[in-house]
Design a binder for this molecule. Structure first.
Ligand code: ARG
Length: 632
């Protein structure tokens, strides 16, 4: 029986190795006397190539910062480079670059055994300077990634979906590069609307429904009560306007005010305000219901996140920010004259702090209550105190760019530049058209369900394969999630995109199902050949001679550099582009590098190559948060 195991061995990221580093060192040593630069500096500038026709490593001559024209200097360097037949096959100048080509036999024997041995660790990098082996007491660097952060009882909209997918990826990326990662969900779980919700629940809620599907039920209650509130608001606002108008004219408004008073008193808005006030005052009964909503929502969120291979370390939220901290922040901002009073409220006028673009932000309402920004300000300080993070990344939609910029700026000018310097906003664009035939979807589960239905239709078209699946529903579920995630991770994070059900579920083109297909096909080759994975270590790799095999191996060698580069770009597309390119190389090899029907030794060598490719695909896919399938 074929074993396609990725049993987590005891290897950790600190055992990670990059095969290209050997070449980097080798080339840098030979270059050093030619360009008169230390080996370490040269190792840093030798970079990976986007396409293999440009070599395996290249030196961008401009990076040497010499006064000579890089084009001319590239020629000189290539001519002076001592060819070493045992490691490299060629070195040539191409415009302002010097390109180096690894010797096929050499790279083969370095890369394949390394992948087969290091398995899921292949591609992991220990970011330089992260962990000093001579100072283990310093420990790892710590990053907080705050992402997803939906609002209880409201829609889990496209912004939350993107934040979840991108944030999940960013946290995996940092973990793979040796960081200690804290995944944090900052729930929207506090404010007057939870008073409204609680009162709504008392009128239309059902504990039974709540237990069954908390999120949908709370949303339903919230919509109902909001509608009532909106209806009540009409006459109230009308009267308020009349009163304002009459006051302006100097007329007596007491009759109107008498009329208004009972309307306000009876209104859901006022009842919500009172309920929330009792929550703020710590009334146990008021809090108990709210806490039940919160806990049940978290339970439900957890299940959905698990489908995306995401688990949070901390469920924080607006409710969790310490009120004392909020008061301190307000007091400190007032005392430092960063915030000022304006018509009873307290605000920051950023123009007065050299940041006119950030406009003004209220941090305390007329009635004394703090705002979204105020809580975030207190939360930054609280988190720094509690976790001593080296970096904190907020994955939030670009609609909140101003909010986040105000948050960082205020933190900076209020005496915490050391903290704001550690904070980063990963801002992403909007997703458009996330609606189905049944209407606009409101919850993540609905989106997945819809894509899954489309996926099942596509899968049923291949009767034979469909009938071989143990659990087609489960496979369709994974494929649907893959389709959604890959579509989301394909473009640049800061660009938005159009949700396209048809395109994302297609097996052709650079889609999620295509990647899954590539993985399933490799698994199937191994299955059919009855591959015994551990014995592949003894394969005679010198039999891998065809240009297709060599190209694939060179491509596999690049993966650790791709991961390291992704940490710099923080763009999931860096990984995806690579995986698609590698999969294309793969699919063009199948006809030439056949397994079944080859001589036993050749078969074994090719299986070793395919298993290495499958491992790299698996590693890249799981880094993106996908679950590779073995059959589909
Ligand atoms: N709950 C917010 C929303 O749905 C997102 C929270 C983002 N994080 C933050 N620290 N402000 O809009």
């Amino acid at each position: 029986m074929a074993t396609i195991s990725n049993s987590m061995s005891t290897l950790s990221t600190s055992d990670a190795q990059n095969p290209v580093d050997f070449y980097r060192h080798h080339i840098a040593e030979k270059l050093s006397p030619i360009v008169n630069k230390p080996v370490e500096d040269l190792q840093k500038v030798l970079s990976w190539t986007q396409t293999l026709d440009k070599g395996d490593l290249m030196l961008p001559v401009a990076a040497l910062r010499e006064k000579v024209k890089p084009q001319d200097r590239a020629q000189e360097i290539a001519a002076a480079f001592p060819e070493d037949e045992s490691v490299l096959v060629s070195c040539k100048a191409n415009g302002p670059f010097v390109q180096f080509y690894f010797k096929p036999e050499d790279v083969t024997k370095r890369v394949i055994p390394l992948i087969l041995e290091s398995k899921h660790i292949y591609g992991a990098n220990l970011e330089p300077g992260l962990q000093d082996p001579s100072h283990p007491e310093k420990g790892k660097k710590k990053v907080i990634v705050e992402f997803s952060s939906p609002n209880i009882a409201k829609e889990f909209h496209q912004g939350h979906l993107r934040s979840t997918i991108i944030g999940g990826f960013i946290s995996k990326l940092y973990a793979l590069n040796g960081w200690d990662v804290i995944r944090m969900n900052y729930l929207g779980d506090w404010g007057k609307q939870y008073g409204l919700l609680a009162n709504g629940f008392r009128q239309f809620g059902s504990q039974e429904q709540l237990a069954k599907d908390s999120i949908a039920h709370l949303f339903e209650v919230y919509v109902k009560i909001s509608k009532i509130k909106a209806e009540q608001d009409v006459p109230i606002n009308d009267l308020k306007k009349q009163i304002r108008d009459q006051k302006q004219k100097g007329e007596d408004t007491s009759a109107l005010e008498k009329e208004l008073e009972p309307l306000v008193e009876k209104s859901e808005d006022e009842k919500a305000r009172k309920y929330f006030k009792s929550m703020e005052d710590g009334d146990p009964e008021a809090l108990a219901l709210w806490k039940q909503f919160r806990d049940l929502s978290i339970d439900k969120y957890k299940k959905t996140y698990a489908r995306l291979n995401i688990e949070f370390d901390v469920y924080s939220g607006e409710s969790q920010v310490d009120t004392q901290k909020i008061d301190n922040v307000l007091a400190s901002l007032k005392q430092q004259k960063i915030a000022e009073e304006s018509e009873g409220a307290i605000l920051i006028d950023f123009a007065k702090h050299g940041a006119k673009k950030l406009n003004k932000a209220i941090i305390q309402r007329k009635d004394g209550t703090p705002l979204y920004l105020t809580r975030d300000l207190a939360a930054i300080l609280e988190r720094h105190e509690k976790y001593h993070f080296d970096r904190m990344i907020y994955v939030i939609a670009d609609q909140q760019n101003e909010h986040v910029a105000q948050l960082f700026k205020t933190t900076e000018i209020s005496g915490h530049k050391d903290i704001s310097d550690k904070c980063q906003h990963i801002s992403f664009g909007m997703v458009k058209g996330m609606s189905t035939r049944r209407g606009t979807v409101k919850f993540l589960d609905d989106v997945i369900q819809h894509v899954k239905d489309v996926m099942l239709d596509v899968m049923r078209k291949n009767d034979k394969k469909y009938s071989q699946l143990d659990d087609p529903e489960a496979t369709a579920d994974i494929l649907a999630i893959t389709a959604i995630m890959v579509q989301d991770l394909t473009g640049r994070v800061r660009n938005g995109y159009e949700f396209n059900f048809e395109r994302m579920t297609s097996f052709e083109g650079d889609t999620g199902p295509y990647l899954q297909y590539a993985h399933a096909r490799l698994s199937s080759i191994e299955r059919k050949a009855g591959a015994d994975i551990p014995s592949l270590n003894s394969a005679d790799l010198s039999l891998l001679k065809e240009p297709h095999a060599i190209d694939l191996i060179r491509s596999l060698a690049q993966y650790p550099d791709v991961v390291a580069n992704t940490l710099k770009t923080q763009e999931p597309s860096t990984v995806l582009t690579y995986l698609f390119k590698m999969s294309h190389t793969l699919s063009s090899s199948y006809d030439i590098l056949q397994v079944v029907g080859s001589e036993p030794e050749l078969m074994k060598a090719r299986l070793a190559l395919y298993e290495a490719a499958r491992q790299v695909l698996w590693n890249g896919m799981t880094l993106l948060g996908l679950t590779p399938v073995e059959r589909m």
